[in-house]
Design a protein around this ligand. Structure first.
Ligand code: SAH
Length: 257
């Protein structure tokens, strides 16, 4: 990558970060879904150590904190997200139990077998589902849980337009059965898998982006990178509406054996 490419890329990175900082969640999800995924996990106490990887600004981490007693570490690559994260836990006086740190999911600094639960909503795709569940496994103690949400196909086949879109965006998208197989192969008991309801994409993800897009376009009028970002997000939302019966997010919960 040339230096010029790099600086353009860094600018885009800041823009993407600013865009997503303005909404509560940076991926599809909901408090109900987080609580439901937690209901399959039965090993937690006030001594538990939990990591929320790719935590973003911490929308789901807050739900985790309100429904568990242990210590939570949120990890995200974007320092601005981690600042928002730590501010909101300070405001709730939960800063002694929940701490956000800047870090990369492919270079985590936990000790082996230090964690009781690894959580990751809408983020593991950044290193790939299969790599993530395999590499993170060593951080869990025996009987520890992993709970991740991941884009998945609902059907064996689908229209070309959406197939091409996803194979370009995230070639590892696969059927639920295959993802469960990967979890089993990686050394987990697949404890549960469930499809996130549509409101996780619409009400909780695409709808809050509409006013954010208006403000963003006003602030960055004439800025091609900002306009492209909004165009891409709108295109993604349109595709979701058109093809939602073929794909969605699925929560996968596994127990280390
Ligand atoms: N879990 C949040 C955010 C999902 S968006 C939610 O559900 O709302 C994906 C997140 O992964 C973003 O916050 C992004 O900054 C983070 N991310 C991307 N690549 C990463 C990496 N290599 N290491 C850690 N975090 C990463």
């Amino acid at each position: 990558m040339s230096q010029a490419d790099k600086s353009i890329h860094e600018f885009d990175f800041k823009l993407i970060c600013e865009y997503f900082s303005s909404i509560e969640r940076q991926g599809p999800g909901s408090p109900d879904v987080t609580v439901k995924a937690l209901s399959f996990i039965d090993n937690l106490t006030s001594e538990s150590k939990i990591a929320d990887i790719g935590c973003g600004t911490g929308g789901q981490t807050m739900v985790l904190a309100e429904n568990t007693l242990g210590h939570i570490t949120g990890i995200d690559l974007f320092a601005d997200f981690i600042d928002i994260f730590n501010d909101s836990f300070r405001k709730k006086n939960l800063q002694s139990r929940v701490v956000g740190v800047v870090g990369a999911m492919d270079d985590l600094s936990f000790q082996n077998e230090a964690l009781d639960l690894i959580w990751s909503e809408g983020a593991i795709y950044n290193i790939g589902f299969e790599r993530g569940i395999n590499e993170w496994r060593k951080f869990l103690n025996n009987g520890g849980f992993i709970a991740v949400s991941e884009a998945s196909w609902f059907t064996e086949t689908r229209p070309d337009e959406i197939d091409r879109f996803w194979k370009d965006a995230y070639p590892e998208i696969d059927t639920i059965a295959n993802k469960i197989g990967q979890m089993q192969k990686a050394g987990y008991i697949p404890m549960a898998a469930f499809v996130l309801p549509e409101n996780c994409w619409t009400e909780n993800f695409y709808v809050p982006q509409v006013p954010a897009q208006e403000l963003f376009l006003k602030k960055y009028a004439g800025n091609k990178a900002a306009e492209d970002l909004v165009i891409n997000q709108r295109h993604e939302a349109e595709l979701y509406n058109k093809y939602k019966k073929y794909y969605g997010y699925v929560f996968y919960i596994g127990k280390k054996i």
